[in-house]
Design a protein around this ligand. Structure first.
Ligand code: HEM
Length: 207
């Protein structure tokens, strides 16, 4: 879980930074999206880098989901009989991670249909992500879905970063405070960075 989580986290940092180009206008964002397809040329052919990244990400998502399922099965096996008080069955963090994970999985499906395949996008013009983003976030449901998902993402990253540090053995009593500050800072930067795009469209800064 930890390794696949770190792979996705790295992707998210670059994706968030790339998305911020939306504030510099259509030329910058659309140019950036076009450049992504030429990375690695002439060693790689046009678009290959994007497909390699897609394959690596898909593998990370699958490994993460399967590991999450296996972990929750193991939890259930370790405690087959029910707790007397249902509310004590899962801690706050476990519940947030489970439901946050489900929300994010559903979001990724929506997001790909919206901005990659353009199936549900109101503008749907291939090669024009800026216009597609503005069209998507201009609808109440489009903007709403992204805002809810970005908040879920922040909570997921906050706890996930901390858990990954423990799993990978990076924590110790002296470093715990620093790691918690890093987890909070990373979650905050990603949430604010990603949220700024739908909010920018909703308040008319990006149009
Ligand atoms: C406001 C937030 C976001 C915006 C504006 C945004 C924008 C975009 C755009 C424009 C694309 C298409 C890129 C292209 O084809 O050139 C894309 C693809 C993608 N995004 Fe996002 N994104 C956001 C948040 C996220 C989040 C939070 C995740 C993960 C949890 C994510 C995961 C992906 C994935 C997996 C792809 C597919 C890459 C591909 O196959 O082309 N995005 N995003």
């Amino acid at each position: 879980m930890a390794v696949s989580g770190v792979v996705m986290l790295l992707y998210l940092v670059f994706h968030m930074l790339g998305n911020l180009k939306v504030f510099f206008g259509p030329g910058d964002l659309n140019g950036y999206a076009a450049w992504l397809r030429t990375v690695g040329e002439p060693f790689l052919r046009y678009g290959w880098f994007l497909w390699i990244a897609r394959c690596a990400l898909t593998a990370a998502v699958v490994v993460h989901g399967v590991a999450a399922y296996q972990l929750s099965r193991r939890d259930l096996r370790a405690r087959p009989q029910k707790y007397a008080h249902q509310r004590q069955r899962a801690t706050y963090a476990t519940r947030t991670m489970r439901w946050g994970g489900v929300i994010l999985a559903l979001f990724i499906v929506w997001h790909i249909l919206d901005l990659t395949t353009l199936t549900v996008n109101p503008h749907a013009e291939p090669g024009h992500p800026y216009q597609n983003i503005v069209a998507s976030f201009s609808t109440w449901y489009g903007g709403g879905i992204y805002c809810v998902a970005m908040l879920a993402l922040g909570l997921h990253v906050r706890h996930g970063f901390w858990s990954a540090a423990q799993t990978l053995g990076a924590n110790n009593p002296r470093r715990d405070r620093t790691l918690k500050v890093c987890a909070n800072a990373l979650a905050l930067v990603l949430t604010v960075g990603f949220l700024s795009v739908p909010v920018g469209v909703m308040i008319g800064v990006v149009r």
